[in-house]
Design a binder for this molecule. Structure first.
Ligand code: AMP
Ligand code: GLY
Length: 419
């Protein structure tokens, strides 16, 4: 199978790595990709948001499966453009991707499908904002309605800060604060059948102990030793299947990856957000343990045959990923610095490896330079979370990048509690 992956982050590197290990994949292409992906896939320059350019590339390559990684092209209708040319594509069309592209739309779908989520108001005027903030009280949760690359949500005790964020957006969703640990659960779906992957946890804040600004995600681990073993079944029944059924009923079926961001509250599971694509960095740990060949799974979803696949197989043990970010990330990331120690960070037996995000090759064709905020991540496997953690941090310790920072506490508490 000839596969084309669209995107250039660590998520796409993780996808390409897993696809490259699938014996059915004969050719692997990525557009635009990054310096790390170049080691496993052939790169092609393309504007990710240009549906006809992506579809044209897919046709020229004779791609039999296109996997669209990030949300922006999905919301822009890139999957529709590829599907229209008759090429199987993993990723929802623009209509279904509104589940991520508009928080108000997601709330409406959840209400129709009876999916548990935070109570909320959609507000467009200052008066509506004030009324909603009053109704819920602190801590205030104010969300920009549209896509904002992880920067659209403010959670604050300070009513002035909540108002200020709302003023900067055209339309906001103001909702009740949800207490309790967060879980990311991904499901592969063809619009009818839903196959859940294993749950993961992400670390959104820049600093140790969940301090500092929100980021795209600084690390993740999977599975979750502290979670109720019935969690996945419960989320399938109360969240994933009803949402997929509702979108099909509306005539805009969701096929691709449905990402449920959940809070496990004292009153039960609540949806914090939906995403229409694999999460980053959770994908790095989830795919690290998936033993079912990935291309076959995604192709089955893209062609409406997911009901036919065997139950998924998983490696025992745990996976941990730690993100290395450039100096100044997330506020004003510094780029263009050489990265050293990449080879030393990887274990010869494949138990730890580097996944690139914001990297590029220098003119010399050898030196890898930082080219973004989240630069790369080290992902490691182990028999236990503690073992995977230790390996991941050993890899992180080998990498040298001027001014870079990472969190030191990824999976720390879960590993300690698991004993
Ligand atoms: P979102 O972009 O909707 O995932 O929000 C980003 C982050 O803000 C989430 O991962 C949560 O940590 C936090 N957050 C969002 N909504 C709520 C809520 N209703 N209650 C508490 N925290 C929230
Ligand atoms: N890790 C959060 C996200 O992918 O949105």
């Amino acid at each position: 199978m000839k596969v084309l992956v669209i995107g250039n982050g660590a998520r796409e590197h993780a996808l390409c790595r897993a696809l490259s290990l699938d014996p059915d994949v004969t050719e692997l292409h990525c557009a635009p990709g990054n310096a790390g992906i170049a080691a496993v896939a052939r790169l092609h320059p393309v504007d990710q948001l240009d549906g006809s350019a992506v579809a044209g590339l897919a046709e020229r390559l004779g791609a039999e499966l296109v996997v669209v990684g990030p949300e922006a092209p999905l919301v822009a209708g890139v999957a529709d453009a590829v599907r229209e040319r008759g090429v199987p594509v993993f990723g929802p069309g623009a209509e279904a991707a509104r589940l991520e592209g508009s928080k108000a739309f997601a709330k409406e779908v959840m209400a129709a499908a009876n999916v548990p989520t935070a109570r909320s108001y959609v507000c467009t005027t200052a008066e509506e904002v004030d009324r909603a903030l009053d109704a819920f009280g602190p801590p205030y949760v104010v969300k920009d309605d549209g896509l904002a690359a992880g920067k659209g949500v403010v959670v604050t005790e300070d009513v002035a800060a909540a108002r200020a964020h709302a003023r900067g957006c055209d339309r906001v969703v103001i909702e009740e604060f949800l207490d309790g640990p967060e879980v990311s659960l991904f499901a592969v779906t063809d619009g009818t059948t839903v196959v859940p992957l294993q749950p993961a946890q992400d670390f959104k804040r820049a600093g140790d102990g969940d301090t500092g600004p929100n980021t795209g995600g600084m690390g993740a681990y999977s599975p979750l030793p502290w979670a109720d073993p019935k969690l996945v079944d419960e989320v399938m029944e109360s969240v994933l299947q009803p949402t997929v059924d509702e979108l099909r009923r509306r005539g805009t079926p969701f096929s691709g990856l449905l990402y449920a961001g959940l809070a496990v509250t004292s009153r039960g599971i609540r949806v914090i957000e939906f995403n229409a694509r694999f999460g980053d960095p959770e994908t790095q740990v989830v795919l690290a343990r998936l033993r079912t060949p990935l291309a076959g799974l995604l192709h089955a979803a893209a062609t409406g045959r997911l009901a036919e696949i065997e139950p998924l197989r998983w490696a025992d043990g745990a996976a941990v990923t730690v993100v290395i970010a450039s100096e100044g990330y997330p506020v004003s990331p510094r780029t263009g610095d050489p990265i050293e120690g990449l080879a030393e960070a990887e274990a010869a037996d494949g138990s730890s490896y580097v996944l690139h995000a914001g990297t590029r090759l220098a003119e010399d064709g050898e030196t890898v330079l930082s080219a973004g905020g989240r630069v790369l991540s080290v992902t490691a496997l182990g028999e236990t979370l503690a073992a995977a953690r230790e390996r991941a941090y050993r890899g992180v310790g080998a990498i040298r990048l001027r001014g870079s920072h990472h969190r030191g506490d990824i999976a720390e508490r879960a590993a300690a509690e698991a004993g």
